[in-house]
Structures are given as structure tokens and as C-alpha cells.
Design a binder for this molecule. Structure first.
Ligand code: NAP
Length: 585
């Protein structure tokens, strides 16, 4: 076999040490320039990456590139072989590589080169960060709210390729088995496909998503699924996802249910919230409330649709970056195709490949270089210097060639960017957004839950947390002041001599004090409060709680955990939940 790949002598290879990649200052990285527009965007992007690294580390760090061959260039060099063995070995050996788009060879023995790549290297996670940059055209009113990273499972699901064509012998065999032995019913001659979703495949994907959230100070990981319909595949993915979070990341994660019930909507410092959403609802939410979401973990098919849909919200394929990863080996890539009609015209947007390289720099831990490119890109685009695809959407823009766009970014990076300020502003904006959302969750948990697409199941999720309690000897007058001040209609009465908790509502004050002509300053809360307290445990279902309220003929009950009141739930809360979501399953 002809050998064409040559590693540069001056660089060192990345290694894996103690389960993490260890990156020298002079790593050898692989690159595949790709077909069609690939060489144009690769050339331009490499200049930018190299300049950013040089600028950020004053020449102390440098990428040493090794060209690897795939696609048409490989076929020319390796006797028609589009994905030579040598390239497969090098991608694994170098650990980190980046590639341009590739033409899918017709009749080349591959379904697609990209699929072959994923399978050969077991790149089980397709990672797509999607965020907005000022100046980039978007159909959203507040595109800056979009800042998510999609982790899509790459090896399973209906994409696993287990399909039986209508009319084939195999199809007849499988159909016969399903109908006769399993008692299934479906129309004759239906094409059949299998949807394998395994604990192994699901867990390694979710594990990677959570680890990313931990490493990058993200707020939440959302498991996307259609488990309400496909219980044993998509529902199982959800369940295995929660299991990984609990078993392997128990000290750094909480569930969304706990966020509301235990923490009253306040995310404890450093904890990542694990939540889940039904796949179709997430499309709507990513348009209406994108800033509720952070890291998304999906199965293969859902993730395919979802990542393109989200990318379209903030600039489309021209700038959407991506990577395919295994535990350590990562191949970063442009997410668009080879756009052959623009090949060698120095015309197209290098953004997708450029930002895949920015992801790659982040993956190496070279975030200063990555931030430099992000900041410079934003500056260039906001001044209206863009390639043809954005120019046709931005009035008054200056259309430039791919190489000129790269020149503009490099010029920006060299000297005119206050990186510390850029980083600080971004961190402050993220922190501010998080605080605003937290305040809303704490103030009106129900509205927030509704708006963010969560369906409450238990009283814990619907209660008003942190009930206000007063000592038994408090005067009714003082308690009334407190109730007005806090806008609450009841207070909990702490145990007095009788050792029993109680509750005093506005109605109790009206019927037992005011209508009886007593002065509130002369009465103690313990005399007025209803005792014993009617309580329910936090995990009680809403229907059961409604039953209890009607039986006791009361309008609110106190939620108790570990023998302490942790919240109050009223008939209005249950009414609102059922009106909004229907009865929980
Ligand atoms: P495509 O190459 O992505 O091009 C479709 C259109 O998207 C282009 O005509 C252009 O739109 C726009 N576009 C793509 N890249 C752009 C860029 N960098 N800057 C600005 N606009 C860009 O899709 P395709 O024509 O369906 O596929 C062509 C070939 O690529 C096929 O052989 C396919 O198999 C392959 N492909 C490879 C990959 C991959 O390697 N990852 C992915 C997808 C497709 P306008 O015409 O509106 O200007």
C-alpha cells in the first residue's frame, strides 16, 4: 500500500493520560482539506487558527499540521481508495483532527464517507455547539438567547442501518416472525426498520454530555426523547440518562424536580440540573425560550433534526460547527457539504470549518486562542464585512472573498482586541441571564415550569416553597403585618407548649378575630391557627392531594419532608396545573 502521510518532525503527538488528553505545546494535528469548497475554507481557516495561537501564546504554542487524505484527493493518491487505511490509523493515532466536507462517492462501496468514518473510529457522539454572534443574520427576535451544545448519539437508533426492504426475502422473514410469533399487526409489504437503543450507547453519550457540562460550567443537561410514545427505546434513553447522572455524577448534579422541590428554584452553586423534554416540544421551546437550555443529549434521529433546526436559528449551515467524538479521538468538521458549484472560487463562508476549529482549540484547552477568534469574528461581522451568503441577507454589507474574510479576522486579532474584556463581558452576560431566570423560578415556580415545558407530577413540584412560619406566641397583629408584607395568605404556626404545628390563614383571622370584634394585638397566633396541621408528603401525586383536600374540606395543605414543613400547596395551584397539563399520568 502506498504511504503518503508524513507527520511533521517538529511536533509531538497528543497522548491520553489518566483518561484525559494531554496536549503538548507543539501538538501534531491531522487535517483533511476536503472536496469542492474544502480547500478554500481549509486554507483560510488554517491561517486564522495559526494566527490566533501565535497571538494568544506569543509563539510559545504552535500547531504542527499533518495532512491526511480522504475523499477525492485520497482516491487520486491511493488508487481509487476514498478512505485509506493509513488515514484511519492516523486519525486514531493523532487523536485530534479536523476535516473539510467530502463528496460522497457514487458506488464507492460506502453509504457515505462520513458514516464510514464514524463507524470505523466508533465516533459515537456528534457534538454541535450552536450560539449566536452579533451581526450574523437570524430570523429570531433575540438570537443571542441561543447558546446550546447538542450531543447527538451517532451509532444507534433507526440510523443503525437495520432495514428490510419491502418485497425482499429478509423482509418476509422478519414480517412473518413479528406477525406470527410476536402477534404484531401492520400492513402487508411494509418496509421494516429496527430501532436499537441500548443502555451502553445511551449512557456513554449522556456521560459525555454531562462531563462537558461539568468541564464548561454549564447550567443544565436536557435529555431529549419521545418516551411518552416509544417507551422501551426513547423512554429507556431518558431513564438511563437519569441513571448515569445519579450514579456517576451524583455530587455535581440535581434533577429539575429537586431544583423546584428541594431548592425552591435556586440552583445550588456548581450543580448541573438534569432535566428532560419531549422531542417535539423542544423544537418549540428552542424558538420561544432558547435560553432555558444549555446542553442537550439526544438520540440519533432527534438530534439530526434538532441540531440543524437550531443552527438555522442563528446563521444556518454556513457557520454551524461540529465534531464527531469517541472517548478521546475527535474529528472536527464543517457541517455543510462540498457546494461543488462554488469550488475554487474563494467565495464561500469559512465559518462552519472555522468554528469547528474553535471547538477544537477549546478541546485542546487552548481557550484563549479560541476566544480570540470568537471576539474577532464578532467584530468583523458587525462591521458588515461578510461573504456572499450573509451579504445577501444584510443590507449595506461589504461582500468579500473567503481569503479576504480571513485577512480581516487576522487583522482584528493582531492588537485590537481586549480579550480579558471580551471574556468578562461574556461571563457577566451569562451570569446575568442565569440570575434573571432563577429569580423568575423562585418568584413564580408554576409559571416558570409551564413556560419551560416541564410537566409537574407531584405536589413537591407545585408547592410554594419556603413557607413562612412564626413562633406560637407571635401576636396576630404582627403576623398580619408579615403576611401583607410578603404577599402571602397564610403563615405556619411553630409548635408551642402543645408541641403541634398549625396554620393560620387570612380566613382564620377574619372569622376568629375580626368578625368576633377582637383586637389582633391581643390574640396569639397559636390560639387562631388550625391544628393539627393537615400535611402531605412531597412525592404525593396531584390527584391524591386533591382528594385529600376535598375530604378534609380545606383549601391548602402543608407539604412535609423529614417532619418539617417545606411548602404549601393550594387548590388554586392544583387547579392551574391540571388546567394547563391535564391530569398527570
Ligand atoms: P452543500 O454542499 O452543503 O450545499 C448546499 C448549499 O448550502 C450551497 O449551494 C450553498 O447555498 C450553501 N452552503 C454550503 N456551504 C456553504 C458555505 N461554506 N458558505 C456559504 N454557503 C454554503 O449541500 P449539497 O449541495 O446537498 O451537497 C453537495 C455534496 O456535499 C454532496 O456530495 C454531499 O454528499 C456532500 N456532503 C458532505 C457533507 C460532509 O462532508 N460533512 C455534508 C453534507 C453533504 P447557496 O446555493 O444558496 O449559495
Amino acid at each position: 500500500m502506498t504511504q503518503h502521510i508524513q507527520y511533521p518532525e517538529s511536533g509531538e503527538k497528543i497522548k491520553v493520560v489518566d483518561g484525559k488528553i494531554s496536549v503538548p505545546d507543539n501538538p501534531v494535528l491531522g487535517y483533511v482539506e476536503g472536496d469542492g469548497i474544502g480547500p478554500d475554507i481549509t486554507r483560510a481557516s488554517m491561517r486564522i487558527w495559526d494566527a490566533a495561537v501565535e497571538q494568544a501564546y506569543n509563539g510559545k504554542r504552535k500547531i504542527h499540521w499533518a495532512e491526511l487524505y480522504m475523499g477525492e484527493k485520497a482516491a487520486g493518491l491511493y488508487d481509487g481508495d476514498y478512505f485509506p487505511e493509513e488515514t484511519q490509523t492516523a486519525l486514531q493515532d493523532l487523536i485530534v483532527s479536523i476535516k473539510g466536507p467530502l463528496t460522497t462517492p457514487v458506488g464507492g462501496g460506502f453509504r457515505s464517507l462520513n458514516v464510514a468514518l464514524r463507524q470505523k473510529l466508533d465516533l459515537y457522539a456528534c457534538v454541535r455547539p450552536v450560539r449566536h454572534y452579533d451581526g450574523v443574520p437570524s430570523p429570531l427576535r433575540k438570537p443571542e438567547d441561543v447558546d446550546v451544545v447538542v450531543f447527538r448519539e451517532n451509532t444507534e437508533d433507526v440510523y443503525a442501518g437495520i432495514e428490510y426492504q419491502s418485497g425482499s426475502e429478509e423482509n418476509r422473514k422478519v414480517a412473518k416472525f413479528l406477525k406470527e410469533e410476536m402477534g404484531e399487526t401492520f400492513f402487508d409489504d411494509a418496509g421494516l426498520g429496527v430501532k436499537p437503543i441500548s443502555p451502553f450507547g445511551s449512557k456513554r453519550l449522556v456521560r459525555k454530555a454531562i462531563q462537558y457540562a461539568v468541564d464548561n460550567n454549564r447550567e443544565s443537561v436536557t435529555l431529549v426523547h419521545k418516551g411518552n410514545i416509544m417507551k422501551f427505546t426513547e423512554g429507556a434513553f431518558r431513564q438511563w440518562g437519569y441513571e448515569v447522572a445519579k450514579e456517576e455524577f451524583g455530587d455535581v448534579t440535581i434533577t429539575e424536580e429537586e431544583l423546584y422541590s428541594t431548592y425552591g428554584g435556586k440552583r445550588p452553586e456548581g450543580k448541573i440540573v438534569i432535566k428532560d423534554r419531549i422531542a417535539d416540544i423542544i423544537f418549540q421551546l428552542m424558538l420561544l425560550r432558547p435560553n432555558e437550555f444549555d446542553v442537550l443529549a439526544t438520540m440519533n434521529l432527534n438530534g439530526d433534526y434538532l441540531s440543524d433546526a437550531i443552527a438555522a436559528e442563528v446563521g444556518g449551515v454556513g457557520i454551524a460547527p461540529g465534531a464527531n467524538m469517541s472517548d478521546h479521538v475527535a474529528v472536527f468538521e464543517a457541517t455543510h457539504g462540498t457546494a461543488p458549484k462554488y469550488a475554487n472560487q474563494d467565495k464561500v463562508n469559512p465559518g462552519s470549518l472555522l468554528f469547528s476549529g474553535v471547538m477544537m482549540l477549546d478541546y485542546l484547552g487552548w481557550t484563549e486562542a479560541a476566544d480570540l477568534i470568537r471576539a474577532a469574528y464578532q467584530k468583523v461581522v458587525t462591521t458588515g464585512i461578510v461573504t456572499y451568503d450573509f451579504a445577501r441577507q444584510i443590507e449595506g454589507a461589504t461582500e468579500v472573498k473567503t481569503s479576504q474574510f480571513a485577512d480581516a479576522i487576522i487583522e482584528q486579532m493582531q492588537g485590537r482586541i481586549d480579550l480579558a474584556k471580551y471574556q468578562q463581558e461574556r461571563e457577566e452576560a451569562i451570569e446575568h441571564d442565569r440570575k434573571v431566570r432563577e429569580l423568575r423560578r423562585v418568584a413564580s415556580p408554576l409559571e416558570e415550569m409551564i413556560a419551560s415545558g416541564r410537566t409537574p407530577q407531584s405536589v413537591r413540584e407545585m408547592m410554594n416553597p419556603e413557607p413562612v412560619s412564626v413562633a406560637a406566641a407571635t401576636s396576630v397583629e404582627d403576623a398580619m403585618h408579615l403576611m401583607r408584607e410578603r404577599h402571602i395568605s397564610s403563615v405556619i404556626c411553630e409548635p408551642g407548649d402543645d408541641g403541634a404545628w398549625g396554620i393560620m390563614t387570612q380566613r382564620d383571622v377574619l372569622s376568629r378575630i375580626i368578625s368576633a370584634g377582637r383586637r389582633p394585638s391581643d390574640a396569639r397566633v397559636s390560639e387562631v391557627a388550625s391544628k393539627p396541621l393537615v400535611t402531605v408528603p412531597g412525592d404525593m401525586g396531584l390527584q391524591e392531594c386533591a382528594e385529600k383536600m376535598s375530604k378534609e374540606n380545606i383549601r391548602r395543605v402543608v407539604v412535609v419532608e423529614n417532619e418539617r414543613p417545606v411548602g404549601i400547596i393550594s387548590d388554586t395551584d392544583i387547579f392551574a396545573a391540571v388546567e394547563q397539563f391535564g391530569l398527570p399520568e
